[in-house]
Design a protein around this ligand. Structure first.
Ligand SMILES: [Zn+2]
Length: 452
């Protein structure tokens, strides 16, 4: 018998409404007891006083880039980054090369993950063949192959009838449909938020309505079909309000938010000075610490993502949506790219940033340390909420559950260092930032897969 005792931590398990100092006993990869089980225990023991012990964090929006783009990331490096970020389960997006639009590719990912992954890897299949938005992928056989959701992330199905059929199939197979909300006719070739800064910088704008149009479409189709629709990486005032009203009516719709959208704004593309001058001054609950404010130039492509960084009002709306429960899930949209791809003109750089390793700290800083959310509610958005959406048996510390556990220090101050990450790529805007809150150990099925 293989046991591990986590002794004396603050155990927070939102699914079971538990928040108290307790021991957690793990035996043969399962949670076997919670409470005062430490006395007389003779086995592997980790003293975790002062740390939060919670269900292993789940990130349902990660680009692992395999198959086909191993120069950016692999299952091995992406899951190493996840472990360092405190994640025990991630869902990989299907916009790989080839796309994950058939059962053979799903089996390939499962097989590689079994050999190379250090955390659990779940697979999202495509909605349409080759993510081209033209004909449906074989949704039934994807489900049989084990996908936990379908999405064309990176792209968005523009044909509303095709989307309706996708939702009908998804409902039949009890799969959530996750959607990257982007109306192509409104967004065209926009590269940053449409507003003052896109005008000032001479960059093509990506209007908020380009997202809201599809959020509204998804609400209507979720209502029509009864399928569960999940709107990915919400970024605007209007999207949050649409979701809030739809949920009041009982529409089966949900949403997620990423730390970059509720920390940064489009002013960041004008450079560090412009950002800290106004939009950056109130973040994290303290006034801009001038001497500690990291610097970066204008047109830095590590601030280019899709959907783009928005205005301060949009950022505030996303934070409010998280605080009042409208947005129930936190995730990274971890999107690694090679240096040579990002080191080009802003117009030509690919969208996306890495996020697994800074996600917990930024969420703690913008939500917990600013008193918008308590720890248990915040942890719920990384555990029980994504588990429920995906219909997976994870995200709790219930006795008998897989011993996927995350240990973190909510107050530890640290700096994200470019040379010390697990990801193969370094396209993060947060290097050199003073962060607060840090994962300390990640345990998957009873095995310590990362310890600081
Ligand atoms: Zn996306």
């Amino acid at each position: 018998m293989n046991s591990l005792l986590l002794a004396g931590g603050r155990v927070i398990d939102p699914a079971n409404k538990l928040d108290s100092v307790a021991d957690v006993l793990i035996t043969d990869g399962k949670i076997t007891a919670i409470g005062g089980v430490g006395a007389g225990f003779k086995g592997d023991r980790l003293d975790v006083q002062g740390l939060v012990v919670c269900p292993g964090l789940i990130d349902l929006h990660v680009h692992l880039r395999e198959p086909g783009q191993a120069a950016k990331e692999t299952i091995a490096t992406g899951t190493a980054a996840a472990a360092r970020g405190g994640f025990t389960t991630i869902v990989c997006m299907p916009n790989t090369s080839p796309a994950i639009d058939n059962s053979g590719t799903v089996a390939l990912i499962h097989e590689r993950a079994r050999k190379e992954a250090v955390v659990n890897v779940l697979v999202a299949g495509a909605i349409t063949r080759n993510i081209a938005g033209e004909e449906l992928a074989p949704i039934g056989s994807l489900k049989k192959a084990g996908v936990v959701a379908i999405t064309d992330d990176g792209h968005c199905v523009q044909n509303n009838d095709l989307m309706r059929r996708a939702l009908e199939y998804a409902r039949m197979f009890d799969l959530p449909v996750m959607d990257h909300c982007q109306d192509y006719s409104l967004v065209t070739d926009g590269v940053m938020n449409e507003g003052y800064w896109s005008m000032a910088l001479g960059l093509r704008g990506w209007p908020g309505a380009g997202e809201e149009m599809i959020v509204a479409r998804n609400i209507l189709l979720a209502e029509t079909t009864g399928a569960r629709v999940h709107c990915q990486h919400l970024s605007t005032v209007g999207s949050v309000e649409l979701l809030r009203q739809a949920k009041k009516r009982g529409v089966p719709i949900s949403g997620e938010a990423c730390p970059h959208h509720f920390t940064l704004t489009d002013a960041a593309i004008a450079g560090g000075d412009k950002f800290w001058d106004k939009d950056g001054s109130g973040i994290f609950g303290f006034e801009s610490r001038r001497n500690a404010s990291p610097a970066w130039p204008s047109y830095d492509t590590n601030f280019k993502m899709n959907p783009p960084l928005r205005s301060a009002a949009d950022r505030e709306a996303v934070l409010e949506g998280l605080a009042d429960g409208t947005i129930e899930i936190l995730c990274s949209d971890h999107a690694p790219h090679c240096d040579y791809e990002k080191e080009v003109e802003f117009d030509h750089a690919p969208f996306g940033i890495t996020g697994l390793e800074t996600e917990l700290a930024l969420s703690l800083m913008q939500l917990y340390h600013t008193r918008r959310l308590g720890l248990s509610d915040l942890i719920g958005k990384f555990t029980v909420a994504p588990a429920r959406l995906l219909g997976i048996d994870q995200g709790t510390l219930s006795v008998g559950a897989d011993a996927d556990v995350t240990l973190f220090d909510p107050d530890r101050e640290w700096v994200f260092d470019k040379t010390a990450g697990g990801s193969k790529s370094v396209n993060s805007p947060f290097y050199g930032w003073p962060l607060r809150g840090k994962p300390v150990a990640t345990i998957v099925r009873g095995r310590k897969v990362w310890v600081e």
